[in-house]
Design a protein around this ligand. Structure first.
Ligand SMILES: O=C(O)CCC(=O)C(=O)O
Length: 298
């Protein structure tokens, strides 16, 4: 039985909008470690919850190597405060190196490091999806590296609006590349949202590239305000404090957002998100290849 261990602060926000932290509307993600080894039980839980959380599942050393690699790249352009422990990834406050750097090239450098690729595309993650899908797995090649400084957060969205040109049976792996305590802006999942068919047929039917300029959401996010979908449809926002080795998996129609990074130490939140499917099913070509362009190009 999952127990509630999360100690909540007075307020938590996403893009400045406060969550309702009362017990019926906010809680903690439950882990699915006890179901490992039974694909049927994992699929059943996923169908029920719209996500699976596996604690301490990935090779922690490899995750820490990926973290080191990412921080090294941020440090190369002056974003890391050298007076603080390197692995804390404390923001230097100096963004002059970013403006001088080609942002797209820098994002490419972040996602193409060997240690990050190893965590996302080999070993435990692939083993998990092989078990979950029960057949040969294809990973999309794009690694979305999030290096989120204080004050920033991802708005509420379905991943499908960005990568909906292949199978609907596509899964996201959100991997904390290091500790992500509540203060540093972890991901939150709106429990129950994967069953909201009306939202799938409205907002969920947009394609951010095809419907560029003419979708009512002005981009890929449903809203910046996590309360809004809850007021309309219900559901419970769930999050947790993540540690290196944790793996969070969810589907294309599970609404999620990030909590604002309010790190008192000014830590940069580091995570990756990547996608997996059955090799036999159609894949969204925008996310495949040596240097996939992702969305926003066609
Ligand atoms: O980490 C984030 O801020 C957003 C991640 C996300 O949207 C995803 O994993 O699909």
């Amino acid at each position: 039985m999952a127990t509630q261990t999360l100690v909540l602060p007075e307020t938590l926000t996403s893009n400045g909008n406060a969550f309702d932290l009362s017990g019926e509307t906010f809680g903690e993600l439950r882990d699915a470690n006890g179901l490992l080894g039974s694909a049927g039980a994992l699929r059943e839980r996923f169908a029920e919850d719209g996500y699976l959380l596996l604690r301490n599942y990935l090779d922690t050393e490899k995750v820490l190597a990926a973290r080191r690699e990412l921080i090294g790249r941020l440090d190369d352009i002056g974003l890391i405060d050298g007076t603080k422990p390197f692995m804390d990834a404390v923001f230097s406050g100096d963004t002059s190196g970013i403006s001088a750097t080609d942002r797209q090239q820098f994002a490419r450098d972040l996602r193409s490091g060997p240690a990050v690729k190893e965590v996302c595309f080999t070993g435990r993650v692939m083993e998990f999806f092989a078990q979950f899908f029960g057949d040969e797995v294809l990973h999309l090649d794009y690694i979305w590296v999030r290096n989120v400084r204080r004050g920033a957060a991802t708005g509420c969205h379905f991943d499908w609006v960005y990568m909906g040109r292949g199978t609907r049976n596509l899964m996201t792996a959100w991997i904390p590349q290091g500790d992500v305590p509540l203060s540093d802006g972890p991901l939150a999942i709106l429990h129950g949202s994967h069953k909201w068919h009306e939202l799938q047929q409205t907002y969920g039917a947009i394609d951010v590239d095809r419907d560029k300029d003419k979708n009512p959401y002005g981009g890929g996010w449903l809203t910046k305000n996590p309360i809004q979908p809850q007021e309309r449809y219900g559901g419970k926002w769930l999050t947790t404090e993540f540690a290196p080795g944790d793996l969070l998996v969810f589907g294309m129609f599970t609404l999620h957002c990030a909590i604002d990074n309010e790190s008192p130490q000014n830590r940069i939140r580091l995570s990756t998100d990547t996608r997996y499917q059955l090799a036999s099913e159609p894949a969204d070509e925008r996310w495949i290849g040596d240097d996939p362009f992702g969305h926003g190009m066609m």
